[in-house]
Design a protein around this ligand. Structure first.
Ligand code: IMP
Ligand code: MG
Length: 186
């Protein structure tokens, strides 16, 4: 695993600090009297957002529920989006609630462009979006997002929830992989 890492882009300390800052902002934006009606439902987009979400919500002292949605856009060893595909959902009742969609990374924007209208159909009080990473490419900048952790170069990254062929999600940093690691399993 470690031998497959090319470069550490964002360290675990940088991630921890930024996640805490984001959580403070989200909490402020969802606290009375700013939003006095309607609790929040956090909706991580599985699988990539699980680690980010777990860290984020532990800095958010709000009454909240968690809904789940599973989207796949990079099946198997793909390193370019193949189009977002909805694989499952377990949202609970989000009618009248403030929904915060959490994703690991904004790349082509296909995932959020599919998920946000889908959630709107259930009559929530509002839908906001939060991504840990946003790639520096026009498609990503064209999608409005409420909370962004880091803007990064347009490179394929793994770690802290992000995968290559479902591996490397458990790395504590955001890293790039050596070319030799792509195309084989660790
Ligand atoms: P989008 O739909 O193209 O914006 O991409 C969003 C999804 O693609 C994310 O939730 C990730 O699961 C996946 N993804 C995009 N870029 C990367 C990357 O660099 N590494 C790993 N997964 C990525
Ligand atoms: Mg994902």
């Amino acid at each position: 695993m470690q031998a497959d890492i090319d470069r550490i882009l964002i360290t675990r300390q940088q991630i921890a600090e930024r996640v805490r800052e984001l959580a403070l902002r989200i909490t402020a934006d969802h606290s009375p009297p700013i939003l006095d009606a309607g609790e929040i439902t956090i909706v991580p987009i599985l699988t990539g957002a699980v680690i980010f979400t777990a860290d984020l919500i532990r800095h958010m002292p709000l009454a909240m529920k968690i809904g789940l949605i599973t989207v796949s856009s990079y099946p198997g060893a793909a390193v370019q989006s193949k189009g977002a595909q909805l694989l499952g959902r377990q949202l609970g009742d989000i009618r009248g609630r403030h929904v915060l969609v959490v994703d690991d990374i904004l790349d082509s924007g296909g995932t959020l462009r599919m998920v946000v209208p889908l959630l709107q159909q259930y009559g929530p009080a509002g839908v906001k979006t939060c991504v840990l990473l946003r790639k520096d490419r026009p498609a990503a900048r064209d999608v409005p997002v409420d909370y962004v952790g880091f803007d990064i170069p347009d490179q394929f990254v793994v770690g802290y929830g992000l995968d290559y062929d479902d591996y490397y999600r458990n790395l504590p940093e955001i890293v790039t992989l050596r070319p030799s690691a792509m195309g084989k399993s660790p």
